[in-house]
Design a protein around this ligand. Sequence first.
Ligand code: AMP
Length: 396
Amino acid sequence: MKTIDDYIFEDKKALIRVDFNVPLDGEFNVTDTSRIEAAKPTILKVLEDGGSAVLMSHLGRPKGQRNEDMSLKHISEKVSEIIGVQVKFVDDCVGEKVEQAYGNLQSGEILLLDNLRFYSEETSGDKDFAEKLSKFGDVYVNDAFGTAHRAHASTTIVAQFFPENKCFGYLLAKEIKAIEKVMQTGEKPVTAILGGAKVSSKITIIENILDKVDHLIIGGGMTYTFVKAQGGQVGDSICEDDKLDLALDILKKAAEKNVMVHLPVDVVAADAFDNGANTQTVSVNEIPEGWQGLDAGPKTLEKFKEVILQSKTILWNGPVGVFEMESFAKGTIAVGNYVDEATQKRAFSLVGGGDSVAAVKQFGFQDKVSYVSTGGGAMLESLEGKTLPGIAAILG
Ligand code: AMP
C-alpha cells in the first residue's frame, strides 16, 4: 500500500483530494472543522518536504452548477488558520485561471480549488474532466475517505493519469488500517456491536461480519425483528415483519459459524415515541400492546458489558436505543463506557458508519475509542465487504 511516506515532495506539486465538505452556518462560518484538521498532517508533510499542495474537494450538493453559497471561498480563511499557511484560492477547479495559479505555485504554498461539484462531470466520473484535473499535480494523493465509495472524477478516475505517482494520504491510510484491524487482523475475541433502527439497512454488514467476529451484539430497533421472529411479543416496537425469516436465517448462520449472538433480554419500553412518555422496564419477549422498546434495559447492559470487557477487538456501529432522546440514551452511553473501559484494557475499538459517529461525538466518546471513522457511507460499504473504488484506484 503506497502512502504519502513513500514520496519526497521536494519541488513537486501534490494534487490532494481532501474531504472539506464541512458544515457552514447562515453566515458561512465553518461550524465543525474536524475534516479540515483531519487533512492537516498530509498537507504539512508535502509542505515540509519542500513541495506545494493543490487541494480539491466538494462542498454540499450544487448539482453541477456554480452556486456561490457552496463555494470553497467561504472556508479558505479557516483552512489557512488551521494549516498555518495563507492559502491561495482560485474560484474554479479547471480551466485557464487554475492553470495560471498552478503555474505560479511555489514550494511551501497551498492552492485551494473551488467546488468540484460545480461540474456535473465530477459525479459522473467523466474521463476528460479527470484528465483536466490531473494537470494540476505531479503526484496524486487521495486523502478523502468520506468519498472513497464514489467513482467520481476526483476520487477515482483521476488516478488513471498517475500510473506511477499516486498514493494514500495519512487519513485514508489510517482508515484502511483501522478497517483491516477489525476485519482481518484483529486480536480475538472480536466483537461487533450493531444497533440502529432497521435490520434491512444492516443485513449486508451482518452477513459479511459473521465470518470475522466471535461475538455479535445486536441492539436498538433491530432487536425486535429478531425477537418477534423467535416468537416474542414486541408490542408496538419497530419491527420489520417482512424480515422475520431473514432474522432467523442470520441466527442460524451465526450458530453454524460459532458466532455468539447477544440480544437484549430486557428493554425500557415507552407508551409513546416521546422523551416524556411513561416508561417501564420489561422482558424483551413480553412487551405489552401499546408499548414500544426504546432502550436497552439493565440486565441487557450487564450482559453486553461482560462481552465487551472480554473483547480485544471491537467494532461499534449504531446506537442501542433512541439516543437522540435523553430518556432513552442511557443504554448507548453505557455501551460507550464499556467500550472505553475495554479500550483502556488495550482492546482496539473502531466506531463508524452512518449515524454512529454522531452518537459518539454527542456523548464525548471520540477520544476514548481507538478510532472514529470519518466516513459514514464509505465505512458502511467497507463493513459490507465492498472494495471502495477510490481505494482500488490507488492500489491498481
Ligand atoms: P442507524 O442509522 O441505522 O444506525 O440508526 C440510527 C437510529 O436508530 C437512531 O436515530 C436511533 O434513534 C434509532 N433507534 C435506535 N433504537 C431504536 C428503537 N428501539 N426504536 C426506534 N428507533 C431506534
